[in-house]
Structure formats: C-alpha cells, structure tokens
Design a protein around this ligand. Structure first.
Ligand code: HEM
Length: 124
C-alpha cells in the first residue's frame, strides 16, 4: 500500500483555494507588493503547480518549468527576513481562511513552507 502524501490528505481543490486566498494578500502587502509586479493569475497558476508537486502530487511544475530550484529562481528578487515574515503571515492568514489550520496535515504543510521560506532569504 503506497504511503499517503500530504497531497492526498489536503487535496487539489484545497491547494487551489489556498493559492486563491494567498496572492491577493501578498499583492496588498506594502512590503511584498514592490517585488510582485507580474500577473497575479500567472503566479497563482505556477504556485498551484508547484505546491501540487511539493506536497507529493503529480510533478506538474517540473513538467512545464524543469527543476524547481526555488532559491535560484528567487535570486532576482530582494528577499529579506522581513519579507519572508510577511510572506508567511499572508500564508498563515490564507490557511485560516480556507480552514487548513484546523487539520494536522495542514499544520505540517505550514511547517514545511516555513522551512522553505527561510531558505529563500537572500539579502538583508
Ligand atoms: C515566484 C517572492 C517564498 C514559491 C516568486 C516571485 C516573487 C516571489 C517576487 C516572482 C513573482 C512573479 O513572477 O511575478 C517570494 C518571497 C518569499 C517567497 C518574498 C518569502 C520567503 C516562496 C516559497 C515558495 C515560493 C516559500 C514555495 C514554497 C514560488 C513559486 C514561484 C515564485 C513556485 C514561481 C516561480 C516561477 O517563476 O516559475 N516568489 N517568494 N516562494 N515563488 Fe516565491
């Protein structure tokens, strides 16, 4: 019997809802908005593909864009620890909005995102 993935527990629809709750907060955040200049629909789409793969679902992001290499892809953007905090605060609010903060799988998922966010910091 295969191991249950986070993706199986959370589900595609929940990932979709999470991404849709998250980016309006990011684009409205005064610390984050200066570096989020691209089309919101496109970044939502990319994040949905990435989080699908990140949680153990089908490798949709890599099928289209190749290796995730997230730290490298973030290097063009000035990511301070302050911005990482803001990103995580928006994510925490999005988790609450969609109810992911209420399930053990969601709590574990958020902890994983916290780890990745820390790795993304590339300037002070
Ligand atoms: C892209 C900022 C953390 C996943 C981006 C972009 C910015 C950004 C400015 C480009 C948006 C655009 O193309 O318009 C940040 C900041 C973070 C952060 C400030 C704070 C720590 C993360 C984390 C993840 C992530 C933790 C994954 C768990 C992505 C993905 C993309 C992206 C998948 C699209 C990459 C692509 O162009 O293919 N991020 N990010 N980011 N970010 Fe982040």
């Amino acid at each position: 019997q295969p191991l249950q993935t986070l993706y199986d527990e959370i589900g595609a629809d929940m990932i979709d809802q999470l991404v849709k709750a998250f980016y309006p907060k990011v684009y409205a955040d005064p610390d984050l908005s200066p570096i989020f200049e691209g089309d919101m629909g496109e970044i939502m789409r990319k994040q949905r593909l990435f989080l699908t793969q990140f949680t153990g679902g089908p490798p949709l992001y890599s099928q289209e864009f190749g290796p995730p290499a997230m730290r490298q892809r973030h290097l063009p953007f000035e990511i301070t620890s302050k911005r990482a905090e803001c990103w995580l605060r928006c994510m925490k609010e999005a988790f609450k909005e969609v109810g992911l903060d209420q399930q053990p799988a969601g709590i574990f998922f958020y902890e994983r995102l916290k780890q990745v966010a820390a790795i993304m910091v590339n300037s002070e």
